[in-house]
Ligand binder design. Sequence first.
Ligand SMILES: [Zn+2]
Length: 322
Amino acid sequence: MEAGFKCERCGAPLDVSPETIVAICPYCGFPNHISGNLKTENIFVIPSINKNDVAKAFWEHVEKDFDLRRIKDEIQVWEIEGHYAPYWSGIAHVYGTVRYMRREEECHTDSKGNTHCHTVERHYTERVNEKMNLLGSARRQVESLGVDDLIKHFSKARPEGKRLLDLDEDEWGKIKLEILNTEMDERHASLMMREDAVDIVRNHFLDKSDRIEIFDIHTEGPRDVKLLLLPMWTVYYKYRNSIFHAVFAGWDGKRVAATEPMNVFRRVEYLTGAGIGVLLGSFGAAFTGNVIGVAILMTVGGGLGWFFGSKVLEGQRVERGG
Ligand SMILES: [Zn+2]
């Protein structure tokens, strides 16, 4: 802790490190701007359920789960930890033109009834004009289990946040949890969102083409940039001398990720979940090596109705042939 930083509203001492962008007062919830580019009026907190409710959600899940229910007498809750993790969100406008080539199989049947197939190169041009709702961690490392899953779950419902500046001490007292440090300021986050928006478009076209021939894509914004504090709870539990954990979303108590004493089925489910997480994470990371890592995309107001294979990019085919 560096000496001298005190909360502007209540005077309590603040825990400030050299990376701290904003120090949210643990006592009253006031966001104290320390460094970097950030508007404190754009910080929102998604209120959380409390520890007891998380424990309840955990045991409800155990009861509902076929495999866990059978071993529930041997399960012992070890610890329950909650915190708020900071995420930047914003809406970027991407527009432009992409021309690509795709190899396609073309078959015809001759007069004798024999079918011949060969591969042709077809060229397509599509216009892109989309608003993307982007969300990415405001921290430099985001590897822990459940971070991507939390974002995915958040994106489905987008629960209302409360403006931190509007919370008084009492209200803060009801929802307060430890807050992870925000390590990225608004300017940095905006830059990442712009890059991610372009990467998402590029990945989309890489996926469906054999070669991109023209990639003329621009971004505007992002606008409506907010720092969101998302509550995340981890339940550590013991089963036969091993510790497992389950991650819960703090706004609705949904279990979003877990390591579990697995039988084959659970293992498959978990690995599938992890695979999706990696996929989402790769949007941000794969092409620019940047660290926002978990940018995901939705059509605005469209839940997880995103990009891949969706109607988001309705292309105009202007050329066909081989
Ligand atoms: Zn304070």
